[in-house]
Each structure stands twice: as structure tokens, then as C-alpha cells.
Design a protein around this ligand. Structure first.
Ligand code: PMP
Length: 442
């Protein structure tokens, strides 16, 4: 079939996906692919969930769309209620959009408008972290610290400053405890706020477990608590981007629950609609909403498809499945099995530097030298080779190169459906093992 759809790479043609069955996607030739990364941490329920399909049929028969300039809807209100009821303390309002980048854009604009409403009009700066990804629209791209994604668009991006990520494998000094490292990394935020002038800083944004740019790198214990304290000290809003790591991926509905931190705003998407519908959400502390309600009474933002009834119905069915089928404890158990299987197969491999993550969100970092942690030369395209070999073998995984001290390193991100069975964990690890060995020649 000719590829006239303009997607990502302009090279070659892609197989045509025709069917989804649980943890597998099937192409037009009948080839089956185990979805080891849920696409990009999206398909948390697998590909043909009967409850989500039924919910979507029922919603379509009732109401597909009512513009939010005129109406709210039952599925949208139900979704907001569920999210608020399960979110960290203080979250009271939900802004429904169509994906992760839209959620991040809304967070940045809401932060700015909040400070305008309360008279702190000098606050406009965003601080984020190097080696992070928050989306591809201009505001979200500006927040992200991935140099490769930003480079050619730099003149279009709003000014953002970037501090170090919390990246224990790379940055903890040998003599340092994990806790001491976490505090040192977090204290970079305070230094940056002071450098910029606290009265100019509106928000700090970070992923609790860094996904696409780094391969499931979790914040160390204590890091986010210290970040919260620093934000509070200087009146800076804390935005946690849980577009990838949220909605149960780590074994908790919100990844930050495990860190014991309540942010001012949380962005979610991907697993919220589980791929059945495009949907994202910005969850907001009551006081931020209240400031706007007491002020101009209008958040100056919006998209045509926000609060879409079909998208909300899909998300309701997804959240219903996560709680009704006790999937969070399952993610923790299957996640531990995945970690153990990865360690058993790859733990001693000379080119595997680190295997990490939380729940069913795992990363394998590939290095040229295990002792020095030196990455492979970018020109070798190791992560691309792993992706191609895995795909050939019938495994979808998400290899990427991240920037490490100005050099690009390689990692593989795994985010299989929460319904993954033990045998499929075995299949995933076998195929990944083969692909990594094939790519690095060992
Ligand atoms: N934030 C994070 C942490 C992400 O991983 C992504 C997508 N990879 C986004 C934002 C952007 O989401 P979307 O692609 O749905 O716009």
C-alpha cells in the first residue's frame, strides 16, 4: 500500500497495521508484533479491550460531540470527578484536551494567567530540566530540554532555563548516598531561581519518571519533596508532567504518589485514553482555578475538541478497567517480573549499563563501555538498529538516543500493556535480548 500519510520518517514505507489483539498488533501480511512499549506508553489496556469498545459504541449512540463553548457533558464531568477523586491533595479542577502537548501548553499558559490574575505580573519564566521531553508544540518544545528536538526550532522557542535531570546512574558521585545526590540535584532549582530572580519565575516542570529522552529514569527518593519545598519557598508553581508515567504506568495512578508530593498541576495523556481515543488532561489545584474565577473569570485558552464526549467516554472506561480489574497491583507485580527478567538476560551484558524504572515502565541503557559508562558513537545509530532488529523479530520497543553531557547515548524504553502475561514478558525479553546483541555485535 502506498504511504501518502505524512508521518515521521520520509524514508521507506511502513507496514499497514490492520488489527489489534490484546498485547499484539497485526499487519496486513498477518505478521504479529508484541507491543512491548504500548506504542509510546499509550496502549495500557492492550488493543481490543471489550469494555472500552462497548463504552465507545454506547457513547456514540448517545452523543459524540458538544462544543464546550456551549455545553459540558456527562462523560466529561464523570471523568473530571474520577480524576479529582484519585489525584493528589488539592487538585480540584480538570481541563480536558486532546493529548500531551496540549496539556503542557495549557499548563504553561494557565501558570502565566494565574500570576497575572494575582498581580505577580513579572512572573513569566519556566524552568525545566535538560534531557526532558514535554511535547512538540512550540511552548511544550521550549520547556523540553532535548537539544536534538529543539535545535532547528530554537529561534521560535520562548526562553526556558534547564537544570540537570535527576539521573542517578549518570550523575551520582561514588561517595554520595542516593539521598544526598537527590538533594544536590534538587538544589540546582533553588540556585537557578535565585539566578533568574524569584519574582520572574512562574513554574518548574519535570517528569517524575523521565520517559522518552532517557528511558524510564525515576526521581530518587526525596528529590521531588525537596523540589516541592523549593517551589513553595519562592512561590513557583510545580508542574509534574505525567503524560508518559501517569495513569497507572508505574503501578500508581499518578507516579508522584510514590514520591509523596502534591504538585500544583499535573499533565496526563497517553494511557488516559489508552489509544482508543486521543485525550489529555491538565489537573489543577483549586486555588489556581479560584484565582481565575475570582478575577477575569475566563481562562484565555481553548481548543475545538477539548472535553470531547467520545474521548472522555474512552478514558472513563480505561479508568474503570484500571480500578475494576485491580490493574495497579498487577502493574507492580508484572513490572517486578519484567525487571527481574531483564536483569537475568541482560544484567551481565558488557554493553548494558543500567536497567531501571518503576512498574511496567522500564528502561535499558546501552553503553560502549560498562565501566566508564561511555555511550556509543551516535553515528553507529545503535538505538535505531535495536528498533529495526526487534521489529523484524516481531517486537515493538521504543529505543531512543538521549543527550548525555552533550553526547547522545542510547536506551530502550519498555511500556507494555498492563495485561501482559508472564509468557509475553518472556517473549519480550528474549526478542529484546536478541535485538540488543544483534545491534552491538556481542
Ligand atoms: N510530555 C511527555 C512526558 C511525553 O512523553 C509526551 C509524548 N511523548 C508529551 C508530553 C507530548 O504528548 P503528545 O505526543 O500526546 O502531544
Amino acid at each position: 500500500m502506498p504511504n501518502h500519510v505524512f508521518g515521521r520518517s520520509t524514508k521507506g514505507t511502513l507496514p499497514v497495521a490492520v488489527r489489534g489483539e490484546g498485547c499484539y498488533l497485526i499487519d496486513a501480511t498477518g505478521k504479529r508484533y508484541l507491543d512491548g512499549s504500548g506504542g509510546a506508553a499509550v496502549s495500557c489496556l492492550g488493543h481490543s479491550d471489550p469494555d472500552v469498545r462497548a463504552a465507545l459504541h454506547a457513547q456514540l449512540d448517545q452523543l459524540a460531540f458538544a462544543h464546550t463553548g456551549f455545553f459540558t457533558s456527562v462523560p466529561a464531568e464523570t471523568l473530571a470527578d474520577t480524576l479529582v477523586a484519585s489525584a493528589p491533595a488539592g487538585i480540584e479542577r480538570v481541563y480536558l484536551v486532546s493529548g500531551g502537548s496540549e496539556a503542557v501548553e495549557a499548563a504553561i499558559k494557565l501558570a502565566r494567567q494565574y500570576f497575572m490574575e494575582i498581580g505577580e505580573t513579572g512572573r513569566h519564566r519556566v524552568i525545566a530540566r535538560r534531557q526532558s521531553y514535554h511535547g512538540n508544540t512550540l511552548g511544550a518544545l521550549a520547556a523540553g530540554g532535548n537539544e536534538w528536538r529543539r535545535a532547528q526550532f530554537a529561534p521560535l522557542l520562548i526562553e526556558t532555563s534547564h537544570i540537570a535531570p535527576c539521573y542517578e546512574y549518570r550523575d551520582r558521585r561514588p561517595e554520595e548516598t542516593v539521598e544526598a545526590y537527590g538533594l544536590r540535584a534538587a538544589d540546582e532549582l533553588e540556585a537557578e531561581i535565585l539566578r533568574l530572580g524569584p519574582e520572574t519565575v512562574m513554574a518548574f516542570i519535570a517528569e517524575p519518571v523521565v520517559g522518552a529522552t532517557s528511558g524510564a529514569v525515576p526521581a530518587v527518593p526525596g528529590y521531588l519533596k525537596r523540589i516541592r519545598e523549593i517551589c513553595d519557598r519562592y512561590g513557583v508553581l510545580l508542574i509534574l508532567d505525567e503524560v508518559m508515567c501517569g495513569m497507572g504506568r508505574t503501578g500508581y495512578l499518578f507516579a508522584c504518589e510514590e514520591d509523596g508530593v502534591a504538585p500544583d498541576m499535573i499533565t496526563v495523556a497517553k494511557g488516559l485514553g489508552a489509544g482508543y481515543q486521543p485525550i489529555g488532561a491538565l489537573l489543577v489545584q483549586g486555588r489556581i482555578y479560584d484565582a481565575i474565577a475570582a478575577g477575569s473569570g475566563f481562562f484565555q485558552h481553548g481548543h475545538t475538541y477539548m472535553g470531547h464526549a467520545m474521548a472522555a467516554a474512552a478514558a472513563n472506561a480505561v479508568l474503570g478497567a484500571i480500578s475494576g480489574r485491580a490493574l495497579l497491583p498487577r502493574v507492580r507485580t508484572q513490572g517486578a517480573k519484567l525487571q527481574a527478567a531483564l536483569e537475568a538476560a541482560l544484567g551481565q551484558h558488557p554493553n548494558v549499563g543500567d536497567i531501571r524504572g518503576r512498574g511496567l515502565f522500564r528502561g535499558v541503557e546501552i553503553v560502549r563501555d560498562r565501566e566508564t559508562k561511555e555511550p556509543f558513537d551516535t553515528a553507529l545509530g545503535v538505538n535505531k538498529k535495536i528498533k529495526a532488529l526487534a521489529f523484524e523479530a516481531g517486537l515493538i520497543c521504543y529505543p531512543m538516543g538521549g543527550t548525555i553531557d552533550g553526547r547522545r547515548g542510547d536506551h530502550v524504553l519498555l511500556a507494555p500493556p498492563f495485561i501482559i502475561e508472564d509468557a509475553q514478558i518472556g517473549e519480550l525479553v528474549d526478542k529484546l535480548d536478541g535485538a540488543i546483541r544483534g545491534a552491538v555485535g556481542a
